[in-house]
Design a binder for this molecule. Structure first.
Ligand code: SAH
Length: 261
């Protein structure tokens, strides 16, 4: 058998030691609504083991060659579905044509927000996304308007997914322990996940608005060159941290209308 993998800091490797937590994360997936489970960063497979017992199609993506060798020797049945790749570089739609994917993982924290953005980009093929983040990031994704941590990631995720914060995990159940606590969240794509506005512009408006979160939208959205007339609507006197998804959609429509004139 392949010896245990030595944790590498630059790959965000913190291996989960507590089997009951691995089981709970695996059980956070719904039973139906997707064709294949895709685990990101399986490491030595603590979560993979419980995903395998679900009898659903499973692929895992692991960047670390040493972990891949470990997985191949411990999970020979999975061998052809172990991808030795960087998740951030994969073209999911080409790799899994016509498939609806449930993405899951105890994610490498150094790239966890990039993983969320990539899932959002691929929302047409990602109905379920569930896993462990550093607690602060998990809270940010789940937070509501008015919260201090509410921001780009919250709005963009909640535009397309129902977000649930499931539970918090202590740093002591990892080897080596990370500096911060972790949080497990689950995203379920909304039934109707097409926005009633120009979606590319929506992303741009949200990102621009939060670049200066203490300013009113009238100030922060200057680069869209809206006339005084166009920004007369009282929504422009708000700060981004007070607006929910529906308000950002309404705002995007106002910006869109102005651009066409
Ligand atoms: N799931 C395992 C390991 C978690 S640590 C456990 O719970 O014990 C995060 C894992 O993500 C590591 O195995 C690391 O090698 C892997 N990883 C880091 N960056 C990655 C990337 N870009 N693509 C795929 N896997 C990555």
């Amino acid at each position: 058998m392949h010896p245990s993998v030595k944790a590498k800091k630059h790959l965000g490797q913190h291996f989960l030691k507590d089997e009951s937590i691995a089981q709970k994360i695996a059980d956070s997936l719904p039973e139906v609504g997707f064709d294949r489970i895709l685990e990101i960063g399986p490491g030595m497979g603590v979560l993979t083991k419980y995903l395998l017992s679900k009898n659903q199609a499973l692929s895992v993506i692991e960047i670390d060659r040493e972990s891949v060798a470990y997985l191949q020797s411990h999970y020979p049945d999975l061998a052809s579905d172990i991808l030795s790749e960087d998740f951030l570089k994969l073209d999911l739609k080409t790799l899994f044509p016509q498939k609806q994917l449930a993405i899951i993982g105890n994610f490498p924290y150094n790239i966890s927000t990039q993983i969320v953005f990539k899932a959002l980009e691929n929302r047409a093929i990602v109905p379920v996304f569930s896993g462990m983040f550093q607690k602060e990031v998990a809270e940010r994704i789940a937070s509501k308007p008015g919260s201090k941590v509410y921001g780009i990631l919250s709005v963009l995720t909640q535009a397309f997914y129902e977000v649930e914060y499931l539970f918090t995990v202590s740093e002591h159940v990892f080897s080596p322990p990370p500096k911060v606590k972790s949080g497990v969240i689950r995203l379920i794509r909304k039934q109707d996940f097409e926005l009633d506005c120009d979606e590319a512009l929506f992303f741009k408006v949200v990102k621009t608005a939060f670049q200066q979160r203490r300013k009113t939208l009238r100030n922060s959205l200057k680069l869209f060159e809206l006339s005084a007339d166009a920004t007369a609507d009282k929504i422009f006197s708000e700060r981004p941290e007070r607006l929910g998804v529906a308000e950002f959609v309404a705002l995007t429509k106002l910006v869109e209308k102005q651009k066409r004139n």
